[in-house]
Design a protein around this ligand. Structure first.
Ligand SMILES: Nc1ncnc2c1ncn2[C@@H]1O[C@H](COP(=O)(O)OP(=O)(O)OP(=O)(O)O)[C@@H](O)[C@H]1O
Length: 251
């Protein structure tokens, strides 16, 4: 096992409440490996199984078969998640708190010593460019600013691996660019970033490798540069081709 995130033959079935109805198969034997220091784009149309995969990594959903490992530890063991940071697709914060207060709250949850907390929060507020709004309630923030608070929160424990579920969804081009820049800075610091996204132009710019999931199955995995070279087109067109829209590829 040489990845810090490894998924082996992962199958997830959701049981339905109706008697006699077959379970919904969300993942059909997924294999994936993400290496230290990579920015990895996890792609797929709505319902492909991306969030389910992340939920297994986070311990929210159990594998029906197969297994997933973080830093070589099976995700069934909570300690596997000690070195990760997670940003869900939808974040719900105490909106009456400021970014500063929110980060202090999470620092306390992680048991970070007070002396280190100040330094860490200063660093994170700077990284996500919220110095000007640090003491304002989050409810006064734009969506982009709220997303950047979320990123800061995901980083409070100085994780080695970040799992981000559609970190740029709903952001304007400036908001997306800022998140992209933060991901790039994290990469430069040696962090590993595993994120799902529908913004393929962005993924093409920031990712080292991508995987395309479709109906619970891995269709393609590879280095972005290799895929662009192989298909002689951009990632969006490759994506459409892989999921079965060849007419759009040729248009
Ligand atoms: N709790 C659940 N119970 C039953 N089916 C579920 C549940 N969660 C997800 N599914 C189904 O599993 C499949 C995969 O869903 P998932 O949310 O993992 O996809 P996704 O790739 O993250 O989609 P999106 O891009 O829309 O977020 C879908 O068919 C979805 O309807």
């Amino acid at each position: 096992m040489n990845g810090i995130l490894e998924i082996k033959d992962l199958r997830v079935e959701y049981r339905t409440r109706s008697i006699g109805q077959a379970p919904k198969v969300a993942l059909k034997g997924l294999n994936l490996s993400v290496k230290q220091g990579e920015v990895f784009g996890f792609l797929g149309p709505n319902g492909a199984g991306k969030t389910t995969t992340m939920n297994v990594l986070l311990g929210f959903v159990n594998a029906t078969a197969g297994a997933a490992y973080l830093f070589g530890v099976n995700v069934n063991e909570p300690i596997a998640r000690q070195r990760i940071g997670y940003l869900p697709e939808l974040t719900y914060y105490y909106k009456f708190l400021s970014a500063d207060e929110l980060l202090r709250f999470y620092a306390r949850i992680f048991g970070i010593p007070r002396s280190e907390t100040n330094r860490r929060i200063d660093e994170l507020i700077k990284l996500v460019e919220l110095e000007h709004a640090r003491h304002r309630p989050i409810k006064t923030y734009s969506k982009g600013m709220q997303q950047r608070v979320g990123l800061a929160q995901a980083l409070i424990n100085n994780p080695d691996l970040l799992i981000l579920d559609e970190p740029t969804s709903g952001l304007d081009p400036i908001g997306r660019m800022k998140v992209r820049e933060i991901i790039q800075r994290l990469k430069n610091e040696g962090k590993t970033v595993f994120f799902s996204s529908h913004e393929l132009g962005e993924v093409e710019t920031v990712c080292d490798r991508v995987a395309i999931l479709y109906q619970g199955e891995l269709k393609v995995e590879g280095r972005v540069n290799d895929l662009l070279q192989k298909y002689q087109t951009n990632l969006e067109q490759i994506f459409l081709k892989i999921i079965g829209y060849p007419q759009q590829v040729n248009s």
